[in-house]
Design a binder for this molecule. Structure first.
Ligand code: UD1
Ligand code: CA
Length: 451
């Protein structure tokens, strides 16, 4: 494919978010907004991406870099048109199709960019627009008699008649790069805000006889984020999209609206998801596994036929192999639970291996931390850990060992042995009967005295 380039404007203050975190770094489905924009651009074959950042946008620049994008600095926020111009030097060696877009639109899809490229390659310039439910955050697009952009006007600068226009700028502009920079170089800031508006590019192109075509998109693909409320609305829209993708791929969900997915959640066909689940980043679930209600998973790999939850917590590094069971109130972190092993109730398994077919009794704890370092617990295949046992790491429980309930294991056990550390049981015959008799007599005596 011929090269394509894109500019992402991300130097704005994001003041309406009232946050110390740059707006484009706020996560949606576990990925910063900018990450979604760049992923959609990559999907549309945009191999050269320049992100415009502010002087203090160091976190934005390093994130962009991690995604293979270049970045430039706009040292003063003089408007979206000025921001786009800041990318000119970085792209001076480039000629070909260009997209200029905003970094605060997490729901863009590759298809949005593709359609925009197609339209600009045909007519010279194209703009994506939409009809939002709430227009207050957007500029209006005023069309000419032929349906091309005549001009755009920001909400705050618009007259009542202009505000009544429902078509709004979704912030994707595409053109040939050389033409775009010729137009953007001519932008002026002679408006009330004293800003260089990117939205005036279509008018400058028009002066050269190039008309700006309009592509209409749905709000669920192009909505922007300026406030916490819009961030929450975008998250909800992204969740709808991710759930639909999973359902379409053959994932069973009892109550999809209660399942929260991450941008990178991998769910194979015939995975079954119960209600009220939270997937943090980095989770893969193989076919035939079932995740039951109220479980929280992050950085975990779940094998075929495994059964997780209800109320399970899987943390980064949890690998649950085929047919293994992790039950209620069991926390697993950086631990491999091998094929068919079971930990069904109330346990902490951290920095450990649980061998195939092993059984972890209720209340088992791997004591992995001494206040300074983490240590490993190795539990062999077929081992049986009695309830309420503490395995003090580093420690090894050999294959087939039985650990008696309530034991504190600090030394390596021998294969197929019984390891038990609890004190021996003592009995005093008849003690309970004598005790009850004495207590009853004392109570009766006290009652008689009080009368
Ligand atoms: C902008 C558009 C508006 C459109 C809306 C879509 C303009 C003048 N207005 O308005 O027509 O409907 O987006 O969401 O273009 N930025 C910079 N440097 C600057 C100013 C902004 O990099 O000097 C970046 C911001 O970080 C942001 C994007 O450009 O990612 C848009 O800026 P923002 O202030 O959010 O513009 P809107 O008021 O939303
Ligand atoms: Ca915006």
């Amino acid at each position: 494919m011929a090269p394509r380039a894109g500019i992402v404007l991300a130097a704005g203050m994001g003041t309406r978010m009232k946050s110390a975190l740059p707006k484009v770094m706020h996560p949606i489905a576990g990925l910063p907004i900018l990450g979604h924009v760049i992923a959609a651009m990559r999907g549309a074959g945009i191999d050269r991406i320049v992100v415009v950042t502010s002087t203090d946008g160091e976190s934005v620049r390093s994130f962009a870099k991690s995604l293979g994008a270049e970045s430039v600095i706009q040292d003063r926020q003089l408007g979206t048109g000025h921001a786009a111009n800041c990318a000119r030097d970085a792209l001076s060696d480039y000629s070909g199709p260009l997209i200029v877009t905003f970094g605060d639109h997490p729901l863009f899809t590759a298809a949005t960019f593709e359609t925009s490229f197609a339209a600009s390659e045909k007519g010279g310039l194209a703009l994506v627009a939409f009809h939002p439910r709430d227009r207050a955050s957007y500029g209006r697009v005023i069309l000419d008699a032929d349906g091309y952009v005549e001009r755009m006007v920001e909400h705050k600068d618009a007259t009542a008649a202009e505000r009544a226009v429902t078509l709004c700028n979704a912030g994707v502009l595409s053109a040939d790069a050389k033409s775009f920079f010729r137009w953007s170089a001519a932008l002026k800031n002679d408006n009330a805000q004293k800003e260089y508006y990117l939205t005036e590019v279509p008018m400058l192109a028009r002066a050269e006889g190039v008309r700006c075509a309009v592509i209409e998109a749905d709000e669920s693909e192009v909505m922007g984020v300026n406030s916490r409320a819009e961030l929450a609305a975008a998250e909800a829209a992204m969740q709808v999209r991710l759930r639909k993708r999973a359902l379409d791929a053959g994932v069973g969900m009892v109550a999809p609206e209660t399942v929260f997915l991450s941008h990178d959640t991998v769910l194979e066909p015939d995975v079954l998801l119960g209600p009220f689940l939270v997937f943090g980043p980095g989770v893969t679930v193989r076919s035939g596994a079932e995740i039951r209600a109220f479980s929280h998973l992050e950085g975990a790999e779940i094998g075929r036929g495994a059964l997780i939850g209800p109320y399970a917590r899987l943390r980064p590094g949890a690998v649950i192999e085929e047919d293994a069971h992790i039950g209620n109130f069991v926390e697993v972190k950086n631990a491999r639970i091998e094929k068919g092993a079971k930990a069904n109730h109330l346990s902490y398994l951290g920095d450990a291996r649980v061998g195939a077919g092993a059984n972890i009794g209720a209340g088992t704890i791997t004591c992995n931390y001494d206040g300074f370092d983490k240590h490993f617990t190795d539990i062999g295949a077929g081992a049986f850990i009695g309830s309420n046992s503490a395995l003090v790491a580093p420690v090894k429980v050999a294959d087939g060992t039985y650990v008696g309930a309530g034991s504190v294991i600090t030394k390596e056990t021998a294969k197929d042995s019984l390891a038990v550390t609890r004190a021996e049981q003592k009995e005093i015959p008849g003690w309970a009967e004598k005790f009850r008799k004495r207590k009853k007599a004392e109570k009766a005596a006290k009652a008689a005295k009080d009368k």
